[in-house]
Design a protein around this ligand. Structure first.
Ligand code: FRU
Length: 474
């Protein structure tokens, strides 16, 4: 049955069938969140790129609408963004109230930027007859325009990925674009390319400040191999981005897991939300699922947190399930060598609050299936590191599907932990989402148990809560 196939996510958006990659055209308009995405309507591999389309009113339950933008003589439709042209700056709309404009890459003989507009809430699109609006014949990798309105300089600003750097463009009307500046060439060059950039202006927690951050997806050379998303903090003056980090600084990974890529934000919202593609280019084409291929991550609310003079990205997962069922245990003590176990379901959210009195510095949380497969997250404060083990289940479909995924705890003991399990994925949020690791899993069985263990010292937990989350598919 549709949506009931083996490994089919129940809490995450997947297309009914066929291939999906990056989220595109994220915009809030007339009470709907739009999710367009890289989509192959004809098969389960990366080819024939169209934009598929889904909408939501809560960023969690999605309705799929089918193809929104299809290839034409300029090429297939690669990634891009959408904005609400509120004042009809483009002149493309009959009414002064404007409408939706999509800005995307045409991937043909070369990569060029084009636009399309919609007068019916994104259901159908008319491509602008003067496309491309940013022609290109020279640069090989020149794609993924992310556009937003920059109020201070009163212009549309586009961030564009160009191989080993980012270019900024400005426009009064989404049609005529002027080159503003480049960023990133002086930063270490990687074996892959920069893709899917985004420029965000985020609130800094516990302050009245807002700061700019520049998002870059990089393929390859991520922290656990393959594709991954990182960010620079800094300022943007309407022309240039001025980073706080130097080329010698350690990279800041948005999500150091193996399966979170091409994440971009929704335009035209008060708070900032984003979503990423839950996969990795190293093995996206062979993950053992069908008739669909790939899921989006959960949407996440973004903010910044200042730690030791440095800004860190914070992500809070959105799970708008109004009929969730919660089971909670208070004041749990876990002794070394004696794991505590709890029955859970395979679409669940696990929340742990660690007591300030806890002595444990090395402990782990394990998801166990009815076929005794285990997926373990190990936390080691002394090493300032976590490791997620996905040794069991289907792992042999790709040599690049690693069994151990590692990341930093950013110098923080874990005060709280959230894991959202959805059949074939585990999204891990530590310390209110200051450390995030998103990873695919392919168990043969069904997750039924949570096990918490500690190595040497007693682990004291204020609460252990697990919440059954219901399928978003009717
Ligand atoms: C990122 C990406 C983009 C491109 C799209 C093609 O995953 O490679 O750079 O526009 O996917 O599907």
């Amino acid at each position: 049955m549709l949506y009931q196939e083996k490994h089919r996510p129940q809490l995450h958006f997947t297309p009914k069938e066929n291939w999906m990659n990056d989220p595109n055209g994220l915009v809030y308009y007339e009470e709907e969140y739009h999710l367009f995405y890289q989509y192959n309507p004809h098969g389960n591999d990366h080819a024939n790129m169209n934009w598929g389309h889904a909408t939501s009113t809560d960023l969690y339950h999605w309705e799929e609408h089918g193809v929104a933008l299809a290839p034409d003589e300029l090429g297939t439709i690669f990634s891009g963004s959408a904005v609400v042209d509120k004042n009809n700056t483009s002149g493309l709309f009959e009414s002064d109230a404007g409408g939706l404009v999509a800005i995307f890459t045409h991937d043909g003989a070369s990569q060029q930027q084009s636009i399309a507009y919609s007068e019916d809430k994104g259901r159908t699109w008319i491509k602008y007859e003067g496309n491309p609006v940013i022609p290109n014949t020279e640069i090989k990798d020149f794609r993924d325009p992310k556009v937003s309105w920059h109020e201070e300089s009163k212009q549309w600003v586009m961030v564009l990925a160009c191989g080993d750097h980012i270019q900024f463009y400005g426009s009064p009307n989404l049609i005529d674009w002027t080159y503003l500046s480049s960023f990133g060439k002086e930063y270490p060059s990687y074996i892959g390319v920069w893709e899917c950039p985004d420029l965000l202006y985020l609130p800094v927690e516990n302050s009245s400040k807002k700061e700019w951050i520049l998002i870059v997806s990089i393929n390859a050379d991520g922290p656990n191999g393959g594709s991954a998303v990182y960010y620079f903090t800094g300022s943007f003056d309407g022309k240039e981005f001025h980073p706080n980090e130097t080329p010698q600084d350690e990279l800041k990974w948005a999500d150091a897991g193996k399966d979170f890529y091409a994440a971009v934000s929704w335009d035209n919202t008060e708070d900032t939300y984003w979503v990423g593609w839950m996969n990795n280019w190293q093995y996206a084409g062979v993950v053992p699922v069908s008739p669909w291929r790939s899921a989006m991550s959960l949407a996440r609310k973004l903010s910044l947190f200042e730690k030791d003079g440095s800004l860190l990205l914070k992500q809070e997962a959105i799970t708008a399930d109004n009929s969730r069922e919660e089971v909670s245990y208070k004041d749990e003590t876990v002794h070394p060598g004696k794991p505590e176990s709890y029955e859970i379901s395979d679409t669940a959210q696990v929340d742990l609050q660690v007591s300030t009195a806890s002595a444990s510095t090395k402990w782990s949380v394990q998801l166990v299936t009815d076929q005794d497969e285990a997926f373990r997250l190990e936390l080691d404060y002394k090493e300032d590191a976590y490791t997620f083990y996905r040794t069991d289940g289907l792992v042999d479909f790709s040599a690049d599907f690693p069994k151990e995924i590692k990341g930093s705890l950013h110098g923080m003991d874990v005060q709280n932990l959230k894991v959202i399990i959805d059949r074939s994925s585990a999204e891990i949020f530590l310390n209110d989402g200051l450390t995030v690791s998103t990873n695919l899993i392919y168990p043969e069985g069904t997750v039924t148990k949570l096990e918490i263990s500690t190595v040497n010292e007693t682990l004291q937990l204020d609460t252990v809560t697990w919440t059954k989350l219901h399928s978003i598919w009717k």
